[in-house]
Design a protein around this ligand. Sequence first.
Ligand code: LLP
Length: 416
Amino acid sequence: MNPFTPATIAPLAQQFGTPLWIYDADTITRQIAALRLFDVVRFAQKANSNTHILRLMRRQGAVVDSVSLGEIERALAGGFTPGLHNGHADIVFTADLLDRATLARVVELNIPVNCGSMDMLDQLGAVNPGHPVWLRINPGFGHGHSKKTNTGGEHSKHGIWHGDLVRACEKIQSNGLALQGLHMHIGSGVDYAHLQEVCGAMLKLVEVVNAQGLDLHAISAGGGLSVPYQAGEPTIDTAHYFSLWDAVRHAVEQLLEHPVKLEIEPGRYLMAESGVLVTEVRATKQQGANHFVMVDAGFSDLVRPALYGAYHGMELIHSDGTAVNGLQFDTVVAGPLCESGDVFTQGDGGVVLPRSLPQAQVGDLLVLHDTGAYGASMSSNYNARPLIAEVLMENGEPRLVRRRQTVAELLALEAV
Ligand code: LLP
């Protein structure tokens, strides 16, 4: 979907230039509200870690999951508090390894660490016995919208293998670590069949932990909630999603004989539909049977189509803010990079999938929908292209929340 009208987008493209990310604050607020039933909505900030977005999330009562030192610092800059207060953590660090700098920082700030490997338990225990930890368990199966977003099963590097849970508990005890909760995230784009499997697995894991004489205060459902990128794709029934997990929570509470918090950790669900990528058409060409429309953004800006064959809705707008209408043509939409895979209309394995679009002219704007999650946060400087600007629309007002990077800034890193 696109929360913005052509008449809103065109003047912003004029004012801030293209390519440009635009986000809608109301959409983000609505998506957080849809998950209110959960005790804790922990935003997986890898989806979009702009500090202004993080601040908005915080105002709406969400907390965050950080996966790198940079994301921890972003969370702090966004106003989240480090450490553990009455059993509550604004920031949890989730990873499968601890580099030295991050280890030092999480210990300094007492940030709970969601451990995806046994070595992390030893490394934390060695420097800070008593450190709060979660266990991220790989239940032996996973699911994802693409092979690359499946985070469970034996082909995935993520999580502590379910069969190692007893040993993990022993390590927690021998290192004197403070277990907070159990966590599973089996992939992005989880369906209900897999969800039920995860719920069943969670209860079994808690039984193992309990039998080892350890207690816990929370369970996390992970992220993975899908959004409809294409017409006809289902929207998540969040009440149903919650009810499946709430039943697990109740069973866990009966077993442990005390209340347990239920967390959810979405990235895409909170951000994807809020954002668009606005590009300008800079060339059109016919290559044999294929009609190409070339825009000024590439996979250095939005990598999802090139990496996963991901689909993003598209629309064309005249620079005066009216929609481009008329007959539709099979169109291949490509970017400026010196790389054949720099095509926004492609499927899995790189097969080109022309899109039906009206006739585009140079100077028109081509808008890519549902790019608020894993858009800007996955951008790169490939082809020495500076990162592009981000604008947040709030109460009808556009706010520049990241200015465009300059080439001089890229070069400055090498002035050594
Ligand atoms: N929690 C953990 C531990 C994760 O690894 C992830 C995503 C999430 C939560 C949030 O997942 P979500 O709710 O956004 O599906 N770049 C890919 C998605 C990779 C996600 C990696 N981990 C994409 O553009 O589809």
